[in-house]
Design a protein around this ligand. Sequence first.
Ligand code: PLP
Length: 402
Amino acid sequence: MQNLYVSNRGKEVEPSPIRKLVPFADEAKRKGIKVYHINIGQPDIPTPPFILDAMRNFSNPVLPYGPSQGILELREAIANYFGRYEIDIHPDEIFITSGGSEAIFFTFLTIMDEGDEVLIPEPYYTNYNGFANMAGVNISAIPTSAEDGFHLPEKEVIEKLITKRTKAILICSPNNPTGVIYTKEEYEMVKEIAEKYNLYIVSDEVYREFIFNGESPYSVLKLDTNPERLIVIDSISKRFSACGARIGFIATKNKNILQNVLKYGQARLCPPTVEQFGAIEGYRRLDEFLPSMIKEYKNRRDAAFSVIEKHEDIFALKPQGAFYAVLKLPLKDADHFAKWMLSDFSLDGKTVMVAPAKPFYKSPHKGKDEIRIAYVLESHLMKEAIEILIEGIKEYKNKGFS
Ligand SMILES: Cc1ncc(COP(=O)(O)O)c(C=O)c1O
């Protein structure tokens, strides 16, 4: 048989590291082991019923293509939602995408040529790597560390990373995977750097309201700078607990960007039609579910950390937002450990699936002994999952793995 060609571009794209261990989890389940999934940001909180109803009640005889930039009513609902944060954005400045993922990918394709660079504080949401690969652009990692609370380093450290090819700085706050929330001073520093070197500020705000330290939700759209510099990435996946709806958006006042993003929109003609009606309902009735959802995540975080904090050999910062945490484990190879937990370990017929943190780093020597957990299970299950994880670490070490 002749081998058929597969593009080098495709080969260079890494498979999703968050899903890489799925076959091991499937095998564990086949053996009858219950696997707690704290590896992926898939919440178990029910999607508000009125969002599902709005989709069920879609009664058009034909399921049509919608506008490439998304249904006007949804863009109006989103513009109105930004009003609660005193942000003035017009429905025409919002472009609905198939999830925040597409919003990031289209943004990369729009603001950078092949070989250009985007600065991102590491550790960062690992899927940015895939989007950068696909767009042929390079990520330049801004170092942050647990010791500094994953906050941004001094301005000079960031400035040193800037080259002639740097086009943008991408920040994500509240952050996946660290849970850090940037301070107003950090936003100001990012703004100053962007102005000095004429960079875009791409701000991934999909966890905007997921804040547990009493701060108010924030958006870069509030920064006092040339608004054309600012691009917000957003999504309903987490805010509405509706990851499968595949609805996200780009918000920017930059007309050039919007015009060019529209061209990439041809890749999917339009975002999902029925789900946009669900999203409209979600934005209209946000206050009916979001505050209780945030409280629930805070409780889950507290449950997880009530166990983690008892174990001094695990180094972890209690996250201030989003629903993830990076845990430094007392072992050398978290990738091997995560596989072992699925293939060789169970406690009373149960085990946990975690995400090794290495793929969240660009620097090759970082993150090897770290995992990322997502606190997406009910509090008592979250506690149990962490207890199983800790027993797993003990047995892993007893078996002679370092
Ligand atoms: C920081 C961040 N940005 C973007 C996304 C993409 O979300 P979606 O494509 O489901 O809207 C995620 C998903 O986990 C995320 O954590």
